[in-house]
Design a protein around this ligand. Structure first.
Ligand code: HEC
Length: 131
């Protein structure tokens, strides 16, 4: 009986993982690459204001993509990330304000990634999916 339950659980898991993840459309991948680049430069202190402003704008497009997908977590993550980016863009060199904004950005990216990003390794390469 126990074995049977474990087998059923296994089949359900496999089925769910097959239905649940999908290849992201190219425009979503591009938005993520833009965010990754903006984040990388901000962390290095490169053009912090400009990247924060661009990030806030990118987040609007990310939010538009997720709007139709019925995920409160995704929308909340977009809002948090965007609020952080706006805070950094207005920080005018205030280090504490920048650090605070960066924290919000980090939490926002992570919030959505934890829920919706699936990272697989296929033939030794990283493959990103939406789940
Ligand atoms: C609303 C959800 C959401 C938010 C917010 C979000 N991401 Fe993503 N991200 C995803 C999903 C889903 C994937 C996997 C699918 C893909 O790659 O498009 C992903 C993938 C990525 C990738 C890999 C792209 C690739 O294929 O090369 C990077 C880099 C990335 N995100 C950076 C960020 C950064 C930095 C932030 C915050 C500034 C962020 N993301 C915020 C959902 C989100």
């Amino acid at each position: 009986m126990k074995i049977f339950r474990i087998m059923v659980a296994g089949v359900v898991l496999v089925a769910r993982s097959m239905i649940a993840s999908e290849d992201p459309p190219p425009e979503h991948v591009q938005l993520m690459k833009d965010l990754g680049k903006q984040m990388g430069e901000m962390r290095k202190g490169v053009n912090v204001d400009g990247n924060a402003t661009a990030m806030a704008d990118t987040l609007k497009k990310v939010a538009a993509f997720w709007k139709g997908r019925n995920s409160e977590i995704a929308m909340q993550s977009c809002r948090t990330t965007r609020r952080g980016a706006v805070a950094v863009s207005k920080a005018a060199g205030d280090k504490a304000a920048i650090a605070e904004g960066m924290k919000m950005i980090g939490a926002g990216c992570k919030g959505c990634h934890d829920q919706h990003r699936e990272k697989l390794t296929v033939d030794g390469k990283e493959v990103n999916k939406i789940k």
